[in-house]
Design a protein around this ligand. Structure first.
Ligand code: NAD
Ligand code: ZN
Ligand code: ZN
Length: 346
């Protein structure tokens, strides 16, 4: 068996290199990677070389949304066998800190997360990963859907944080991959009205196709007035910002109902942004935040398998492994055309 990986080498440049076959530890399995999604964060590292304080140094393998097949198991592995197809949860945590012990392992400070420097990602043929972070895919869930479990888990966590439930009216700012999986999650949890806002018409069309009840183009419509009209002046039970724009963050408090919940998912370019806390207080609304997800892979996989949400509808482009650089250049240059691109490794 030979193993190759695609490394970013400086910004906007990639090279293919032979790499050693990973050696598995007793509790790990060896995965032949099949499908890897291209995430906005991968593209940002590719074009800028860093995200906040995470700086890419030297040649670096991107990719953290993946699924593949188990080809070898460590001697203490109990629940997986060779031939199983699995989705890989990308963060290895310490298991010992108060956050890990309380189940909020996404808050562990010792996490090793695929494609977050200095830890390499999965644009490679083979990767070793702990058994308990590999989740078996049922026969009716494809590897592409398996790769999409990662962003879907963000959407599920965002709607959990917002407490979305049956009959709710939900507003989602942003219909990129994260906004769309949040929409699918809100619908699957029984939200009656899901109003989505973006500035890109093609993404709004996808949102409509996968279940948004109203779409608003912020370029041509006054968002606050329109949402007031659609909710008879009441506002939304839950407002989720996945756009990460200064303006959308500000608008969340205008469109949330009295006593409602705002959930922040999108990352604003600036750390500090203006926000009307007095308006928030006057509504006794609350703000929740999202950092990745926790304990959601089994839920996400079961939901896909049962047909509760159709995540594959958001894939707009597929590329072969040897076209990974072309894929990144395309995604970086055509944000408005691409909803979600995936790379087929095999
Ligand atoms: N908190 C977390 O754990 C977490 C996890 C994953 C992603 N994220 C963040 O979530 C955000 C969304 O990720 P994505 O991959 O979907 O990104 P994306 O860039 O594809 O989507 C953002 C969308 O917001 C839209 N937008 C921009 N300005 C707008 C405006 N004024 N009104 C309405 N919509 C507007 C854009 O057109 C785009 O479609 C990013 O900021 C990303 O960094 C956070
Ligand atoms: Zn991602
Ligand atoms: Zn920990």
């Amino acid at each position: 068996m030979c193993n190759k990986a695609i490394f970013m080498q400086g910004t906007n440049n990639m090279v293919v290199k032979d790499v050693p076959m990973p050696e598995i530890k007793e509790n790990e399995v060896l995965i032949k990677v099949d499908v890897v999604g291209i995430c906005g964060s991968d593209v940002h590292y590719y074009t800028h070389g860093k995200i906040g304080s995470f700086v890419v140094e030297g040649d670096f393998i991107l990719g953290h949304e993946c699924a593949g097949e188990v080809v070898e198991i460590g001697k203490n592995v109990k629940n997986l066998v060779v031939g199983d197809r699995v989705a890989l949860e990308p963060g290895k945590t310490c298991g010992k800190c108060e956050f890990c012990k309380s189940g909020k392992y996404n808050l562990c400070t010792d996490v090793e997360f695929f494609a977050t420097p200095p830890y390499h990602g999965v644009f490679t043929n083979y990767v070793a990963h702990p058994e308990d972070m590999c989740f078996k895919l049922p026969e009716n869930v494809s590897n592409t859907e398996g790769a999409l479990v990662e962003p879907l888990a963000v959407g599920l966590h965002a709607t959990d944080q917002g407490g979305v439930k049956l009959g709710n009216t939900v507003v989602i700012f942003g219909t990129g991959c994260i906004g769309l999986v949040t929409l699918l999650s809100a619908k699957a949890k029984g939200a009656s009205n899901v109003i989505v806002v973006d500035v890109l018409e093609n993404r709004l069309q996808v949102a409509e196709k996968i279940g948004a009840t109203h779409v608003i183009n912020a370029k041509t419509t006054n968002v606050i007035e329109k949402i007031a009209e659609l909710t008879n002046g009441r506002g939304a039970d839950v407002v989720i910002d996945t756009a990460g724009a200064e303006i959308t963050l500000k608008q969340t408090v205008d469109v949330v109902r009295r006593g409602g919940t705002i959930v922040l998912v999108g990352m604003t370019p600036k750390d500090e942004v203006e926000f009307d806390f007095m308006k928030l207080m006057g509504k006794e609304a609350e703000i929740k935040t999202v950092f990745r997800y926790r304990n959601l892979y089994p839920t996400a996989i079961n939901a896909i398998a049962s047909g509760s949400l159709n995540v594959k509808d958001i894939v707009s482009h597929e590329f072969e492994f040897d076209k990974t650089k072309e894929a990144f250049d395309f995604v970086a240059g055509n944000a408005s055309d691409v909803v979600k691109a995936v790379i087929k490794i095999k």
